[in-house]
Design a protein around this ligand. Structure first.
Ligand SMILES: Cc1cc2nc3c(=O)[nH]c(=O)nc-3n(C[C@H](O)[C@H](O)[C@H](O)COP(=O)(O)O)c2cc1C
Length: 347
């Protein structure tokens, strides 16, 4: 299957090298990482997920204050996958031995659903527009896409298959992130009750290309220059890497996460709902071994449920109960300035 001709990436995404730094919420995509990548000539994204709108705006200003002009901000689109009270309680009870092991005695929190401060984040980005706004977990209302575009932002939607790509194009976004199943962290799949189909990233890019003429950024498991070349030859205008820069000097990933990525004791990754109720690829640790099989769908309720466990384990430097997000190429993640890591990936 030959890829159809590719539309060029829109302005800010065409800037610099065709290797971008993907957004990574939860700490890694701090302003320092984004600024260092941008100074080295790579588009990079802040991750607004889990942040308040105020914190997002503060990080944007830090990137701007460093003189960076081309960068993105990534948002979690509210797309809750509700869980029944009975399933929530049953999963909570199954976590009890892990909580005991970590010395947590608090009762389980009531199920909590939220929208990650969506309206306030969109309002802040309309008031003070940024060059690129990207979306994951679902598709925003086309009116939001139109408003952000009218404010001058390029919009970028994460998709995992041709159907999502068609629907994103219909909603009016400028370009797509085609995320393969080998990607570290949460899958952007819109229906989190199913797992993204597993096929090599270049094949997924070719498949999505049959469904849309929009420009594509490929992501997921990219760890070497050959991986970059393969995704570009398949029709992507750029690739985005996450895991490859988690151990960068400027990364805000926690020490326990960074050390685990370098620890030879870990021997694989898995797509699991155990940590948040939404499929995410992580190193297989004890938490995954103990809880993956029984983990229901239920985001963000299960994210809030397991958070105290994960925070306690992170604070204690205990990788056995931390969500150690990692893509399939995790063994190549190295400790070096982000500029050097990215230079090693540019074809
Ligand atoms: C620690 C971590 C956090 C992530 N957080 C986000 C996020 O907030 N928003 C998003 O769209 N993707 C997120 N992702 C997915 C990345 O944007 C990207 O698709 C993925 O890292 C690419 O695969 P790779 O890790 O194999 O390079 C995250 C990935 C990781 C590893």
């Amino acid at each position: 299957m030959t890829p159809a001709s590719t539309d060029p990436l829109p302005g800010p995404l065409r800037h610099g090298a065709p290797v971008h730094v993907a957004p990574m919420a939860g700490g890694p995509s701090c302003p320092e990482l984004v600024v260092a990548a941008a100074r080295a000539g790579h588009v990079a994204h802040l991750a607004a997920g889990y942040r308040t709108a105020a914190r997002m705006a503060e990080e944007v200003e830090r990137v701007r204050a460093a003189g960076v002009e081309e960068f993105g901000v990534n948002l979690f689109v509210p797309n809750p996958h509700r869980i029944s009270r009975a399933d929530y309680d049953a999963y909570a009870e199954s976590l009890r031995p892990t909580a005991d092991r970590l010395g947590l005695t608090e009762p389980w929190p009531e199920p909590r659903e939220d929208d990650d401060d969506w309206d306030a984040k969109v309002a802040a980005l309309l008031e003070r527009p940024v060059p690129v706004v990207s979306f994951t977990f679902g598709l925003p209302d086309p009116a939001v896409v139109a408003a952000l575009r009218a404010a001058g932002s390029v919009t970028l939607q994460t998709v995992t298959d041709p159907d999502e790509a068609r629907r994103a194009e219909a909603a009016g976004v400028d370009a797509l992130v085609v995320q393969g199943a080998g990607a570290g962290g949460h899958s952007g799949v819109w229906e989190p009750g199913r797992l993204p189909e597993d096929r090599p990233l270049p094949d997924l890019v070719r498949l999505v290309r049959t469904a849309t003429g929009l420009p594509l950024v490929a992501a997921g498991g990219v760890a070497t220059r050959d991986d970059v070349r393969a995704a570009l030859s398949a029709g992507a205008g750029a690739v985005a890497v996450g895991t490859a820069v988690l151990r960068a000097t400027e990364s805000g990933a926690s020490p326990v996460h960074q050390e685990a990525l370098a620890d030879p004791a870990f021997d694989g990754t898995r797509l699991t709902r155990a940590f948040t109720g939404r499929p995410a690829r992580a190193l297989v640790n004890r938490f995954v071994r103990d809880h993956d099989a029984g983990a229901p769908s239920g985001y963000p309720a299960l994210h809030h449920l397991t958070r105290p466990l994960r925070s306690a384990a992170t604070a204690a430097g205990d990788p056995s109960a931390v969500h150690l997000w990692a893509g399939r190429g995790w063994r190549s993640a190295r400790r070096a300035p982000v500029a050097d890591i990215l230079a090693g990936l540019v074809p």
